[in-house]
Design a protein around this ligand. Structure first.
Ligand SMILES: C[S@@+](CC[C@H](N)C(=O)[O-])C[C@H]1O[C@@H](n2cnc3c(N)ncnc32)[C@H](O)[C@@H]1O
Length: 274
């Protein structure tokens, strides 16, 4: 497929627009990627140039077009049991603390913010079920900006790539295989609720409150400092006092915010709202 040329000035306008709407900063080095991914959409819609495409996105008032743009610029890489050291700290250290603080009927709220295609919140569901928690004791939310990713998450049918790190015992217990696809069991699937939340949108972010643990992993890397500050301040507001924020192990809140107390638990940093 031949790409439609994306002039530098239009790339910059497109980049500003993407940044304004999602907080994602598209570096100059990613221009080719954007040109490549978006050319498909332009060809399909029989739009001859990127200037007309930008006008369509900005002025059509059509949310679907914006969603497709987000889908084209976001990286949805994820898989079950990613960054296992962190998950173990969640299960062995953080959960027992939260369980001991909760009284009787209080439900534990866990949020996988920027969950992509759902592997992360479903992993958390499997871990909580394996800890012997009753599904009535917890609520797990998965959110993302990308509707395409969320639709995949809701179907809960995965490729061998996604499940490659699932321990054999969990694989037998929580997945069935059909036509080389891995279908998550209903027992884990039904414990996760999905919603579209843009982490830098002041209104969107109010959808979840009183959360005990937030996983926001491998998304801040796509933001510049200003967007990181906005997103982390939003996440802070969503947490219960004493609640935890886990970001990707290659990410840091250094120079972003001092609002959280960093707890180092077996080399894993768990940020706490104090
Ligand atoms: C690499 S995936 C991370 C998935 C998962 N958290 C993990 O670590 O495996 C990054 C996700 O961030 C989402 N994303 C990017 N900008 C966002 C925003 N402003 N609000 C919410 N989600 C966003 C993308 O759609 C993508 O699905």
């Amino acid at each position: 497929m031949l790409n439609i040329p994306l002039p530098d000035s239009t790339f910059k306008d497109l980049r500003d627009y993407i940044y304004e709407k999602s907080g994602i900063y598209v570096a100059d080095t990613k221009k080719y990627l954007i040109e490549n991914r978006l050319s498909r959409i332009l060809l399909e819609k029989k739009i001859n140039n990127f200037e007309d495409y930008l006008k369509l996105i900005k002025f059509s008032g059509n949310g679907n077009e914006l969603n497709r743009l987000f889908d084209a610029v976001t990286t949805n890489e994820t898989y079950f049991f990613r960054e296992f050291d962190q998950l173990k700290i969640f299960s062995d250290e953080i959960m027992p603390k939260i369980l001991s603080q909760k009284k009787g009927s209080q439900v534990i709220k866990i949020w996988s913010a920027a969950c992509s295609t759902g592997e992360e919140p479903y992993t958390l569901a499997i871990m909580l079920l394996e800890k012997g928690l009753n599904p009535k004791q917890f609520e797990i939310y998965g959110s993302d900006l990308s509707e395409g990713a969320l639709n995949t998450a809701k179907t809960a049918v995965y490729s061998s790539y996604s499940v490659r790190n699932v321990p054999a015992y969990y694989m037998n217990k929580y997945f069935s295989i059909s036509n080389q696809s891995y279908i998550l069991s209903a027992s884990a699937k039904k414990t996760v609720n999905f919603m579209k939340i843009n982490l830098i949108d002041d209104k969107n972010i109010r959808m979840l409150r009183n959360v005990d643990v937030i996983f926001c992993r491998n998304v801040l890397i796509y933001f510049d400092v200003k967007s990181k500050q906005k997103a982390t301040s939003h996440l802070y507001d969503c947490l219960n006092p004493g609640g935890y924020l886990l970001i990707g192990s290659s990410e840091s809140l250094h120079n972003i915010t001092r609002a959280f107390k960093p707890n180092v638990l077996n080399k894993v940093i768990a940020y706490q709202k104090v």
